[in-house]
Design a protein around this ligand. Structure first.
Ligand SMILES: C[S@@+](CC[C@H](N)C(=O)[O-])C[C@H]1O[C@@H](n2cnc3c(N)ncnc32)[C@H](O)[C@@H]1O
Length: 287
């Protein structure tokens, strides 16, 4: 059952739950989608956003998209009058500058994932570290380009990243690692309800297959830390003194519990990911 939320956006009441799962898309909002695989998400958005208020982008070229995904929504979007831009790479500033500046109220990146490097001779652990760093970097640039170039200074100023809540995605620490020294913040998250988006297929990054449907969250970022959307979001709750924000554990009640946690394999691996990312930011993104 659909229900309007208080913003005049839309939501869906999850059966058997006293909980409102929604993606905040207020009336007349302008949206840019980033890295849409087969464009089925952008097409589903048309039920909620008018065609002139939507810009859909793909990382792939048009040929690569048509060759990779035999079923895709490109023609449907073009026929509906939606602007579609291909070869938009958030790590490539020139490709972002091809999009209209200050256009969007909301920029959405669903299920981001850097394509796996093939032919690697590195051990699995090293590959995991490289992939972790590359995915954080992707999301760091997504937020930076969105807030600096794509979002309207007078608009809603929201970015959404939808991601699964299991590893390896949970090892990207997307609540805490992407906003260092930036003016925007992670405001919280909301369970993603794919049934709101008709015929949306979450696509594998490199082949004509769908990603297994698993619990995912929409993570919301804004430089308006008082945005009213906050009251619908679950804030990150492991920032406190006695918690481990890297492993999302705690609170630890005694120093001994904290020490024991630090000795776990989980903590050591998360600390390593964190240290590699911090070192990278210190070298590349220090103000
Ligand atoms: C797992 S697929 C998800 C596709 C689509 N967003 C969906 O929900 O079905 C990961 C997507 O990340 C996008 N991606 C990867 N690297 C990117 C980059 N540098 N810039 C923009 N998008 C990128 C690609 O479009 C790829 O299809």
């Amino acid at each position: 059952m659909f229900a309007c939320n208080q913003f005049g956006g839309f939501g869906i009441l999850c059966q058997n739950q006293r909980h409102l799962c929604f993606m905040y898309l207020p009336k007349n909002c302008r949206v840019i989608t980033i890295g849409d695989g087969d464009l089925s998400f952008s097409r589903a958005l048309l039920a909620h956003v008018s065609h002139e208020d939507l810009i859909a982008t793909t990382y792939d070229s048009e040929d690569a998209l048509r060759n990779k995904y035999t079923q895709n929504a490109l023609d449907d979007l073009v026929n509906a009058g939606v602007m579609v831009e291909h070869n938009v790479d958030v790590n490539d500033l020139a490709s972002i500058h091809r999009l209209p500046h200050n256009f969007a109220d909301i920029v959405i990146f669903n299920h981001p994932l850097v394509p796996a490097q093939r032919g690697f001779t590195q051990p699995q652990k090293e590959r995991d570290k490289s992939a972790n760093l590359a995915n954080r970097d992707l999301l760091y640039h997504f937020l930076k380009q969105s807030f600096e170039i794509l979002l309207n200074p007078e608009g809603e100023r929201l970015c959404y990243i939808t991601s699964k809540s299991v590893k390896p995605y949970s090892h990207w620490h997307i609540e805490t690692s992407l906003t260092r020294d930036r003016p925007y913040r992670h405001l919280g998250k909301e369970a993603f309800n794919s049934s709101i988006f008709k015929h949306y297929m979450v696509r594998k990054v490199d082949r004509d297959k769908c990603v297994k449907l698993e619990a995912s969250d929409v993570h919301v970022y804004s430089d308006n830390t008082l945005h009213p959307i906050k009251k619908y979001l679950t804030p990150f709750s492991f920032n406190g003194d006695k918690c481990c924000s890297l492993c999302r554990k705690g609170p630890f009640t005694t120093p001994n519990d904290w020490k024991k946690h630090q000795d776990t394999r989980l903590h050591k691996s998360q600390q390593q990911y964190h240290d590699v990312w911090s070192g990278h930011c210190n070298v590349k993104y220090q103000k």
